[in-house]
Write a protein of this length. Sequence first.
Length: 354
Amino acid sequence: MDMETLLVDSRGLEQVESVLANSFARSKARAATLGPTYHHLWETLENCAAGGKRFRPRMVMTAYDCLSGTDRATAALVAASFEMLHTALIVHDDVIDRDFVRRGIPNVSGTYRLLAEDAGLAPDDAAHRGLSMGLIAGDLALSSAHRLLDGVRTDPATRERLGELLDDAVFASAAGELLDVDASTSETATSEETLQMARLKTAVYSFESPLKAGAVLAGADEAVIDSLGDFGRDVGIAYQLADDILGVFGDEKTTGKTTWGDLREGKRTALISYVAQRDEWEQISSLVGSPELSAAGAEKIRGVLRSSGALDHVVSLAGDYAQRAQDHLGASHVPAELRDGLAPVATAVLARVR
């Protein structure tokens, strides 16, 4: 089943899209005064931000609406800020991973690598130019996320809390990315460390902070805000585990990314952490992290991940965390509408790997 059909509904997303469109229009107009090259970079960044499923805005808007929030225009600003943060992080993540494709098309770095190649640059120089432009674009998106949140008009205490949640998301994501980079050069990353990385790199900014932001803006009780954070943490870990599986076993046409990028980079996902503790690791240790990894080598790794039990283990682990997430929604203080609104999310996460 397609994941989007299982996600929370699209309430308020049209307002979020309008906020994003207006934000990019203003930035492109400013950039045009500084030259066509800068304007083109903003156009490329806008293209990168288009076409996603808007998970983070959905989390904000669903929490806000289900908790009786009434000012959707303000909620849309908060939601858009988290979507812009997502854009910043995926652009930077592609730079770190040296990926030039996102959602099946050239990403920011890929777009500028192609332009550089067309201009006659050598392959290495063209790749460096592409990655450099990705770094700049990601910085601009990050700045825009904060600018959007600055436009929220509410009481000072709520504004401060919202700012803290966005800051928490950035801070945790950087810590998770650092763990990810460090783990790629280590064969000793434990399962616990990979789960912590999943929480910091994905769960906080994609689920925990957006859900809590929607609840804070709606004036929810602290107990409800805490439960949403717990739900977001566990469903976010489950989501990242599913993402790790799809990064190796998924359909490239569906995921929009190569299925050996993570293997080539040597990412210490839960899959790799599991097999690295078993005798089967000797069969693939020289392949994982090899810049020369071939399609045949990637297929050999997949075979070992299946035969060693790593794939089944991580699928089961994702299911455990998705169930924990659903359990948090069962608390008596969680309103029924909120419970019903978010319950499909955990189901959607599991549908990605089944």
